[in-house]
Design a protein around this ligand. Structure first.
Ligand code: BGC
Length: 762
């Protein structure tokens, strides 16, 4: 028997690990031949502009060209192993990408001693951002509002295909940060405020990018890069790259689960939070990078810095007295590759010196380089250094655009529908007004054809703006567009100009409906920092003036974060949040307004009512206080305009027969919850059933409630469905004061819709 087992084990060993051994052998073989300079080069990532020049938005006929002298110096002399980004911050054609990366690889492969290919990385976060003609999906926040992870999977699947069609194998996506703060300029890049949603949608994106078996050598798959590890959005000021103070148990409770799940799903690379937590810049934090990420979570892929972040340890965060010391701290903390991305000579020279002086161990360098080489081997770059756009017929296809449309139409969220003003059927006279009514830039947001998204109207002119989509549905005779106010051409994203409010009012009088399109234009990162969460004064003025006409106004919110509308929401008959719905957003919106599509999106964040009341739905109980004994008024309440998970439908759903299978459970059991959902209307619709749990008493003050499961289902007119949730008791855990994941015994309240029941855990 023993012999059989040994034979079986050696057979299994000879089958599966063989491939692994090949990879390990190749890595060891290369490492044994590499000079220190060659190793350090592999750890260095530069911006394309360092070695190339080429077209910008005004000179599209000028070719993108690799500068021979600069490329030779960087890639042949300094042995640089990675390049990122685009040229002049402008999207390029797939053919241009193919030619450019082919040229770059020639320096790395033909002219270098060990022929190690370059790994090219890019930000393709809602579609292949920097490729002309790529399919632009809704941004992550919009996708989350669909409450259907399949849309995240589709987005990643198409994006992987189209990124490979652009010759690029590595994507700095998905964003697994918790979009916890409506002020933060990158909330739209996240899946919103709830840890469970971020986890589920993030995992779906890893599968879409890397394939279900993580075979990234497949020419339709790419390596994902989870970002930005860890706690990036939880800053005190709400501004980008400013300090956060997060206790270890809060980090683990809210921010870590999405990364842990993605690591377990096989995500290949990770990018580090450019900010600082508890006074320590994350790029300098050995505890987070090595103890937590490497040792505890077992992450074996490549750890990449964010933009220039090693230098920032010196020139911004002042924890290093020189760039050289900054390099020492970051590499010793666990960084494998530095997105330098400009002054690579200084970075390489510093790191070489540090190794020679014994300040950075060669074993740390070998560890980093082997991870980078492994990634290159796994991606198939040694065999196919650049994938060929001619093999990707579905690039930008109708099929791909249909998936982007589906995601947008499932996400758009109906927030108000007074007197069933919507849908608008028939040929009514419609005024489209507001600064977001007739442009593609606002539909897409940033990371669309350029970093800040300011080129979108040039690149996406083949798609419909809101106005164009309404013309297609209601007819050009019935639809008028008057902006009223506009974003300032060439200005900061928050600057507006008044142009024609009186004209808008004049046209409003001659219309049956006013579609008022307000919100924000595109921004991200520091340029998107915000001083006032309220809508711009001019937008409020336009709304107020239009309201005097006494025609029904439908407010369309097209924005990257929930801007405050408390002052004007009472003037609106209908309110629809379209977030950043992508190139197909105009079509999806008009289909909802006209009733072709029944809205089914739900808010993936809390919609605040006031600037000083910004808390997620899982706030602590003390946010709500009843009058205390005595003379004083101690009342506290939560002021949301709309709650997390809120969203209306044209159907009328009701819940009944709520049942929890037992009253008491042990820790190894699962809780079975069932509920009937009936569509009482004559319109087919989709409903998302949300299961919340409140821990009533715990050793750390428990959250008000937590989403523990959800299901989105279609229920046809007049039909009833029974929904079942099986929730392991282990899912009721929290991170306690000793940073342990525990389920404490006691009473928990289970809620679905208006129903709830207490159960106890032994
Ligand atoms: C952003 C990252 C991005 C990187 C490369 C940084 O400024 O924070 O999200 O991946 O630039 O473009």
């Amino acid at each position: 028997m023993k012999n059989y087992i040994i034979i079986l084990l050696s057979f299994l060993y000879s089958c599966t690990p063989q491939k692994l051994n090949d990879v390990d052998n190749k890595i060891n073989d290369l490492l044994s031949q590499m000079t220190l300079q060659e190793k350090v080069g592999q750890m260095t990532q530069i911006n394309l502009t360092v070695i190339a020049k080429g077209p910008n938005k005004w000179t599209s006929s000028f070719p993108l060209m690799i500068d021979n002298k600069k490329a030779r110096k960087a890639i042949v002399d300094y042995k640089i192993g990675s390049v990122l980004n685009t040229i002049n911050n402008t999207a390029q054609k797939p053919k241009t990408w193919f030619n450019t990366i082919t040229d770059i690889q020639k320096y790395a492969i033909d002219s270098s001693r060990l022929s190690i290919p370059i790994i090219y990385g890019i930000d393709a976060i809602h579609g292949t951002t920097y490729t002309d003609g790529a399919t632009m999906f809704p941004q992550q926040i919009t996708t989350a509002a669909s409450w259907n992870p399949e849309n995240a999977y589709n987005m990643a699947l198409v994006c992987a295909y189209e990124t490979r069609a652009s010759g690029i194998p590595w994507n700095f996506s998905p964003v697994l940060d918790l979009g916890i703060d409506p002020r933060f300029p990158r909330q739209f890049e996240t899946f919103g405020e709830d840890p469970l949603i971020v986890k589920k949608f993030g995992e779906a994106m890893i599968k879409g990018y890397q394939g279900k078996d993580n075979d990234v050598s497949n020419k339709y798959n790419i390596a994902a890069c989870m970002k930005h590890f860890l706690g990036y959005h939880a800053t005190i000021s709400g501004k980008d790259r400013t300090p956060a103070y997060i206790s270890e148990n809060a980090l683990r409770e809210y921010h870590l689960p999405s990364f842990k799940t993605a690591i377990d799903a096989g995500a290949k690379t990770i990018m580090i939070n450019s900010g600082l937590i508890n006074g320590i810049p994350v790029h300098a934090d050995y505890n987070i990078l090595t103890n937590l990420l490497r040792k505890e979570l077992g992450f074996e892929g490549v750890i990449l810095t964010d933009w220039e972040d090693i230098n920032k340890l010196y020139d911004r965060d002042k924890v290093a007295k020189s760039k050289k010391e900054a390099t020492k701290i970051a590499i010793n903390s666990g960084i494998d590759m530095s997105m330098v991305p400009y002054d690579y000579e200084e970075f390489c020279n510093n790191l070489i010196e540090l190794v020679e002086e014994g300040e950075v161990k060669m074993s740390r360098i070998d560890d980093a380089v082997s991870k980078i080489l492994k990634l290159k081997i796994e991606l198939g770059l040694f065999k196919t250094p650049v994938t060929d756009y001619r093999e990707y017929d579905d690039f930008g296809s109708e099929k791909h655009n249909q998936l982007a449309y589906k995601a947008a139409s499932e996400a758009i969220t109906l927030l108000k529908n007074e007197e069933n003003i919507l849908p608008i059927k028939g040929k009514s006279r419609i005024l489209i007004t507001g600064p977001n009514g007739n442009n593609m830039r606002t539909l897409n947001g940033a990371w669309s054809y350029s970093w800040q998204g300011e080129l979108t109207d040039r690149f996406a002119s083949g798609y419909n703006t809101i106005y164009e989509a309404f013309v297609n549905t209601y007819g050009s005779k019935n639809v008028k567009y008057v902006p009223g106010v506009s974003y300032k051409d060439g200005g900061n994203y928050y600057e507006m100009v008044e142009n024609s409010i009186s004209k808008a009012v004049y046209e409003a009088k001659r219309s049956d409906y006013i579609i008022l399109c307000l919100g924000e234009t595109s921004y991200t990162e520091k340029p998107g920092d915000l001083n006032d969460l309220k809508l711009h004064d001019l937008q409020v003025k336009l709304a107020n003036e239009l309201s005097k006409v006494n025609k029904p106004i439908i407010l369309i919110l097209n924005q990257g974060r929930p801007r405050l509308i408390t002052d004007i929401q009472g003037l609106m008959k209908g309110i629809i949040n379209i977030y950043l719905p992508g190139n197909l957003g105009g079509n999806a919106l008009v289909d909802i307004v006209s009733g072709v599509v029944n809205p089914s999106g739900k808010l993936p964040y809390t919609y605040p009512a006031f600037p000083n009341s910004l808390i997620p739905y899982y706030y602590k109980p003390s946010e709500v206080q009843n009058n205390s004994q005595g003379a004083y008024n101690y009342v506290g309440k939560v002021n949301n305009l709309y709650d997390f998970g809120y969203g209306l439908s044209y159907s009328d759903f009701s819940y009944s027969n709520f049942n929890v299978d037992k009253n008491e459970y042990s820790r190894s059991e699962s809780i079975k919850v069932t509920i009937d959902v009936t569509n009482n209307s004559d319109i087919d619709g989709k409903e998302t059933i949300q299961l919340y749990i409140s821990d009533l008493y715990a050793s750390l003050t428990p959250d008000n409630k937590r989403l523990r499961d959800f299901k989105k289902i279609k229920i046809n007119a007049g039909m009833k469905k029974t929904i079942e949730f099986i929730l392991p008791v282990s899912e009721l855990s929290f991170i306690n004061a000793s940073n342990m994941n525990v389920v404490e015994s006691g009473v928990f309240n289970i809620k679905v819709g208006d129903f709830n029941k207490d159960i106890s855990i032994k």
